[in-house]
Design a protein around this ligand. Structure first.
Ligand code: FAD
Length: 320
């Protein structure tokens, strides 16, 4: 079985396919497994994964890898799946590195596809000189003056994570309302983070790295200068689902339409996680896990007709 995408849904699908006794290959365009978690928030606390009241992104990915690796999947990392062809007995996927992988069934867990951060108002010249899009290592910002741009959940997550270690944290949002959870906004405000609304970052200064930024208030055009060694641009991402848009699979709003078995309109192509859509879809890690189990188990009879859909219980107990 081939899994396209090594995010949380793909890694759990790899575990499940191994547990069902299949040989498994996992392809990901990124050089490291973990999908959005590894790329964007490895050090963030995640609160809504079943069984973990709190888990850091990196720890969750490590656990998923350990679980999947029991069955020794073959990883093809740093390779984007670009083409799909099929015949009566299976499907063939080709990567941009020229690798061809033949499988009886595939599970597409390609999430939001490739993603690149939305550009910041002060231009790209400061990226790497104080401006960051992700915070892979919180400790790098110890005792720094941090300015976070954005008003959504990520902006507040970073503010919350950085406020205990940074010298100061200021959040600047161009609107007067935040999109983040109200409870998180209150928590961050109560922790002493300064929240500036209806204002935009308009300039930055510094030699090797940023030392100061200007914030321009929309109401009267006045400008305030703030000390800043780190500017976290949490303005969201422009996502692109990439080549699989041309694979003849039924799409709705750039997501793969699946039925209740997580099957696409191709009989050997299943999907799970953020890439899927159906009425009532909620794009969360926990939902992706359930969908991955549903997809792999429903695809199981295609890989080996002696397999049923239900896997039995992993604890080995039998109902009789
Ligand atoms: C800042 C932030 C915070 C979040 N916090 C939470 C949270 O607290 N709780 C929660 O439940 N969810 C959270 N989410 C959402 C969560 O990260 C996603 O729901 C989850 O990552 C989806 O997992 P996935 O495996 O379906 O897809 P992804 O994590 O997107 O992984 C997909 C993988 O597929 C690869 N890929 C795509 N196309 C191809 C291709 N053609 N060939 C090869 N590889 C390909 C990508 O490189 C990627 O590695 C958050 C998201 C962000 C951005």
């Amino acid at each position: 079985m081939l899994i396209i995408g090594a995010g949380p849904s793909g890694l759990y699908a790899a575990y499940y396919a191994g547990f069902r006794g299949f040989s498994v290959a996992v392809v990901d365009a990124l050089p490291e497994p973990g999908g959005q978690i590894t790329a964007m928030y490895p050090e963030k606390d995640i609160f809504d994964v079943a069984g973990f009241p709190t888990v850091k992104g990196r720890a969750l990915v490590d656990g998923l890898l350990e679980q999947a690796n029991q069955f020794k999947p073959a990883y093809f990392l740093g390779e984007q799946a670009v083409a799909l062809s099929d015949d009566a007995s299976g499907v063939t996927v080709t990567t941009d590195a020229g690798t061809t992988i033949r499988a009886k069934a595939i599970v597409i867990t390609s999430g939001i596809g490739s993603f690149k951060p939305r550009p910041i108002p002060i231009g790209e010249e400061w990226v790497g000189r104080g401006v960051v899009y992700f915070v892979p290592q919180l400790a790098e910002h110890t005792d720094k003056d941090v300015v976070i741009i954005g008003g959504g959940d990520s902006a507040f997550d970073w503010a919350w994570a950085l406020q205990p270690i940074a010298r100061s944290v200021t959040l600047v949002h161009r609107r007067d309302q935040f999109r983040a959870h109200a409870s998180m906004v209150d928590k961050v405000r109560d922790a002493g983070v300064r929240l500036i609304t209806s204002a935009e970052i308009s300039d930055a200064r510094g030699a090797d790295g940023i030392t100061e930024i200007d914030v321009t208030y929309k109401a009267d055009g006045s400008v305030e200068s703030l000390p800043a060694n780190t500017v976290v641009a949490a303005l969201g991402f422009i996502a692109n689902i990439g080549p699989l848009a041309d694979w003849g699979l039924q799409l709705e709003k750039r997501r793969l339409l699946v039925d209740t078995t997580m099957r696409t309109n191709h009989e050997r192509v299943y999907a799970a996680g953020d890439i899927t859509t159906y009425p009532g879809k909620v794009p969360l890690i926990s939902v992706g896990f359930g969908e991955a189990a549903t997809a792999v188990n429903n695809a199981a009879p295609l890989v080996d007709p002696s397999h049923g859909v239900f896997p039995g219980h992993s604890s080995g107990e039998s109902a009789g």
